[in-house]
Each structure stands twice: as structure tokens, then as C-alpha cells.
Design a protein around this ligand. Structure first.
Ligand code: MN
Length: 137
């Protein structure tokens, strides 16, 4: 096997998100079977510019690891945080939040959900254009 540096390969096979839980287009790859022995799920999500998921929470929390572009993570009642490739956030159980791309950049992240036997996500209402706009202020 060659030890020459190669372009990193990120997941390319993906499913278009559900319009029920996202605004705009995002592609979701589930990289491991959620019923694996670690009880963690591992996914990869790519958002087009302007796309974001609804307000939601995770019964056992979530880790996000940004890999490309620029995006936001926002907890309810807190300012949005800009995320760029290589940055990560940890999200506590039940913390209401959203994540998605900025208006002008795509955004991609890995998402790790621990203890998925407790549930993966509880979905709420869409992030309105007004709420999304404040992230860019
Ligand atoms: Mn989340």
C-alpha cells in the first residue's frame, strides 16, 4: 500500500434529507448501523448554502465535527457559533439547537450520537428566516 498522501475521502453516497426536519437541501449518510455494539450512530451530513435542520434535541446528546465549508451551531437562547473544518462541538442531552450552513457556503460535518438506544432526535419547528438571519449578525 502506498504511503503517499491522498485527498481525504469523505462519504459521497447520501440520501436527501427529509423536508419535515430540514430547510433547504442536505444530504445524510449513515456510516454505521445504529444497532452496532457501541450504541453510537455515526453520520455525515452535507448542507447546501442556506440549508439547516429544524430546532431539535438529542436524548443522549451529540458530537459534531465540521469537515468542510462554514456553518452554524446555535443553542436556544444563545448566539450562533460559526464552525469551520476541524472544529467540533458537544451538545448535552435535551439541549435544543440547530445546525446548518451559512448563507454563502456549503457545510459538512460528522455527527456522532451516543446511547442511541435512548433515542436519536426529538424534532421541533423549522428555524425561521428571521432566526437564521440573526445567526449571521
Ligand atoms: Mn443536532
Amino acid at each position: 500500500m502506498s504511503d503517499q498522501a491522498e485527498t481525504p475521502k469523505f462519504p459521497t453516497a447520501a440520501t436527501l434529507n427529509s423536508a419535515d426536519t430540514f430547510t433547504g437541501s442536505a444530504w445524510v449518510s449513515l456510516l454505521v448501523d445504529p444497532k452496532n455494539p457501541t450504541d453510537c450512530s455515526l453520520g455525515y451530513v452535507t448542507f447546501e448554502p442556506g440549508a439547516r435542520n429544524n430546532w431539535h434535541s438529542h436524548p443522549a446528546g451529540q458530537l459534531l465535527i465540521a469537515t468542510a465549508g462554514a456553518g452554524y451551531y446555535q443553542e436556544k437562547g444563545q448566539p450562533a457559533q460559526l464552525l469551520r473544518a476541524g472544529e467540533a462541538v458537544s451538545i448535552g442531552p435535551g439541549v435544543v439547537h440547530w445546525h446548518g450552513a451559512t448563507k454563502t457556503s456549503l457545510f459538512a460535518h460528522y455527527a456522532i450520537n451516543p446511547n442511541v438506544s435512548q433515542g436519536i432526535a426529538d424534532w421541533g419547528t423549522p428555524v425561521t428566516d428571521e432566526e437564521y438571519q440573526t445567526a449571521h449578525a
